[in-house]
Write a protein of this length. Sequence first.
Length: 126
Amino acid sequence: MSRSAKEWSSPQNALAYLNVADNLPHRSEGESVLIDHLPENTKRVLDLGTGDGRLIKLIKADYPDIEAVALDVSPTMLKSARDHFAGDSRIKYSGVVAMLKPEMAMMLSSLTSEREVDTSTILENI
């Protein structure tokens, strides 16, 4: 497991981040730009490093029927995301054992019919 994955697997680190996440400078501006670039017919997204599901929640405001897969290395983050979307069967969750290599990101991209979303990168369909 990478150093980063170990750090995010710590409940203390994950909770500390969640306590300050809403106050990160320019975060909302970046999220808005990313969401603005989603095609109108987007039906499914993949959020790599979903954290508490914040980005999926923002996307669902404009695309209420969207399906999403939330991936994160942190069980604490995934629990928080599950809590946010309790009862929403369109959201699927998965823990990630290791950081994704570019080849894995490309493979994931080929498995879905729509554009996937990461908090820092949009993966185009192949």
